[in-house]
Design a protein around this ligand. Structure first.
Ligand code: GLU
Length: 417
């Protein structure tokens, strides 16, 4: 039987700890989140009735700094998933060298079924329920799947009202007017494309410093998928396939992105857009392309479809889109996977910049944000690639090793083992 997502994560952690020849003590600290909250969130619906939603916050490790991580609103949210995502946040912050630990939160809900007022009440109630556990030096939430600047604004306002002072530095991914950062909204997608450029060159797909002429397929058209598509095009790539939750489009000659964006703005989904051929939500995963960017949810490239992947390089924009088994199959097939904890770290890197700017009440120009973001990602890619070359392992394992090494060193300095 396939392992659950959390057990898979534990396995991968264990493997990194063993490869680094670190003591079991390190695993004892990292195998479970330090704190997990499950909350029942009753809110009043527009029709006057009360409906209760289930929410979670998992705080995995704060060995390197305050817990950090997003909050997602999705019907597939489970405690197991939130726990795994919190571990990945610890590893993500560590691999790129941020002074943060890892956390993740979620609510089991389909936000499309709620009115704007219901969504606001739910967002406020969620943060109210976890308020003693968050703070700029404790745990700093941010957007994730189906949450955005508006949700962060409501949550920031709720906390500020309760505290009777503005505590905008407690969340990131906020609107610019409420202490947000330039570049935060597009940071994850931009980072994914920057890392794709570095990897495409390192693995010999191109000699250019850009994605010029390469065919890209993207699964997911949320914030990350859309921004990634936009920056791929800017980098000279041809986006040949893209899909959302309802379906997608494929054109081997390249899709016209402005038309797709316009169609989505109008219709909500690109499934029936009059461009190229229709494909299913998972279509992009197995179509011919140079670079595949899974930018939807976990468990998309599995043992079932890994043999059908036709890409030459996979860059994980979603968290956990490739199972361990599938990663092994792609490794055997010599298709490198740039792991999520490195590839999609752009979001939390600019969240870090936002936090720094809020603490100083001094805000940077967009170019400064983007320059610093690219520098951090380039350095982190270099560290992971060096580990990969030295140890002859896959990139994901190499990234885990880089991350765990830093966590273990901090633990030792703090006397945790
Ligand atoms: N939700 C994003 C992630 O998975 C960003 C987290 C953050 O900015 O704290 O990396």
């Amino acid at each position: 039987m396939a392992l659950g997502i959390y057990e898979e994560t534990q396995r991968a952690l264990q493997r990194a700890i063993e490869a680094l020849q670190l003591p079991e003590d390190v695993y004892e600290h990292l195998k479970e989140p330090q704190r997990v909250l499950t909350i029942n969130i009753p809110i009043r619906m527009d029709d006057g009735r009360i409906r209760a939603f289930t929410g979670f916050r998992a705080q995995h490790s704060n060995v390197l700094g305050p817990y950090k991580g997003g909050v997602r609103f999705h019907t597939s949210v489970t405690l197991e998933e939130v726990k795994a995502l919190s571990v990945w946040m610890t590893l993500k912050c560590s691999v790129v060298g941020l002074p943060f630990g890892g956390a993740k939160g979620g609510i089991v809900v389909d936000p499309e079924q709620l009115s704007a007022h219901e969504l606001e009440r739910l967002s406020r109630a969620y943060i109210r329920n976890i308020r003693e556990f968050v703070g700029f030096d404790k745990d700093i939430p941010a957007p994730d799947v189906n949450t955005n600047e508006q949700v962060m604004a409501w949550m920031s306002d709720e906390l500020s009202q309760l505290e009777e002072r503005n505590v905008f530095n407690t969340l990131t991914g906020k609107p610019l007017l409420l202490g947000g950062s330039q570049g935060r909204k597009e940071a994850t997608g931009l980072g994914v494309v920057h890392v794709a450029e570095l990897a495409a060159r390192a693995f010999g797909l191109t000699n250019e410093p850009s994605l010029k002429g390469l065919r890209v397929a993207i699964q997911g058209f949320g914030n990350v998928g859309s921004e990634a598509a936009r920056f791929c095009a800017q980098s000279g790539a041809k986006v040949v396939a893209i899909s959302d939750e309802k379906g997608g489009r494929y054109d081997p000659d390249g899709l016209d992105l402005p038309s797709l964006f316009a169609y989505r703005a109008d219709q909500g989904s690109i499934a029936a857009a009059p461009l190229g051929q229709a494909i299913g939500p998972a279509g992009p995963l197995t179509l011919p392309c140079d670079v595949l960017i899974p930018a939807a949810l976990e468990d998309q490239i599995t043992a079932d479809n890994a043999a059908s992947v036709q890409a030459r390089l996979v860059v994980e924009a979603a968290n956990g889109p490739t199972t361990n088994e599938a990663a092994e199959i792609l490794f055997q097939r010599s298709i490198p996977i740039v792991p999520d904890i490195l590839a999609n770290a752009g979001g939390v890197i600019v969240s870090y910049f936002e936090w720094v700017q809020d603490l100083e009440s001094y805000f940077w120009a967009r170019e400064d944000v983007i320059d610093r973001l690219k520098r951090i990602l380039t350095d982190a890619f270099g560290r992971v690639y060096a580990m990969y070359e030295r140890k002859a392992v896959d990139l994901r394992h190499a990234a885990y090793m880089v991350a765990v090494e830093r966590l273990a060193e901090a633990m030792q300095l703090r006397g945790w083992y």
